[in-house]
Design a binder for this molecule. Sequence first.
Ligand code: NDP
Length: 304
Amino acid sequence: MSATLISGKEISQEIREEIRQRVAELKRARGLTPGLATVLVGDDPASHMYVGMKNKAAKEAGLHSEQITLPGSTPQDELLGLIAGLNANPEIHGILVQLPLPDHIDDQAVLVAIDPDKDVDGFHPVNVGRLSTGDPDVLAPCTPLGVIEMLVRSGYDPEGRHAVVVGRSNIVGRPMASLLLRKGRGGNATVTVAHSRTRDLGAVTRLADILVVAMGRPETITADMVKPGAVVIDVGTNRVDDPTRERGYRVVGDVAFDEVKEVAEAISPVPGGVGPMTIAMLLSNTVDAAVRMADRMEGAGAGA
Ligand code: NDP
């Protein structure tokens, strides 16, 4: 048997088209243009590439998009001042500060400075807390949110299934588990979280109806670790040496794709799986943030 492919590339295109239509309608019906600000400090080439892709996608979807690039020597206070300005800017509904930041800047101090209502990355402790208490309307981290969309849209609703998440990072594993556990669309799973101290990882992953892997360890989940008929989502993005490629490496996931696809019912590839979903969910979060802000303003106006 060869598994069905869950293509994040295709699903993300579908979502981006839906967002484009939603943004056009918001402009027409409410005069509202959702706005995203991306902030980049320093000249890390990978970060420049990611921020460039996010801005391009935002513009293509019809969002107002501002990219702010600061030199690597920017003092923390100056960055905090810039964020305060974006918090107060009514044209901006989503603020994303690209990580990692230079060593002299405290990541956490910057993340907590972002207005939680504009925190489209979902990393602010207020949003982390809201997600872990099951809030259906919270801005949640984009990568795990993308995994939920992949599952639901390809017909593998997690409801009632046993989901095993491998990884407990704040960016992927923990919010992934919270989203799968949450009541409502894309949630209601029975959730187990595994990590580097888990004894006999294979015994745990073999319990999964839905297996989400975010370890950062190339091709570690092998066929014998997967229950026949399971749905496997591979978040891992790892570079491995490959002298046959011109660039000298290839990108692989945390799952040994070729063998696991023979036992799984469905599987996401790397690349072309979770990666493209992350940007789509960033746009989705920005539009959601804009609509909630506009609703609140209208509510406040009506009450005045
Ligand atoms: P982290 O390194 O922060 O976390 C990795 C997690 O995997 C940890 O919880 C760790 O356990 C666990 N782990 C490591 N080794 C093992 C093992 N042998 N057995 C069981 N668990 C293990 O990584 P991230 O969560 O940030 O990212 C995970 C992967 O996802 C990476 O490849 C990353 O590149 C990719 N990624 C992809 C994104 C996308 O858009 N496609 C976005 C974000 C990440 P412990 O906590 O005990 O150390």
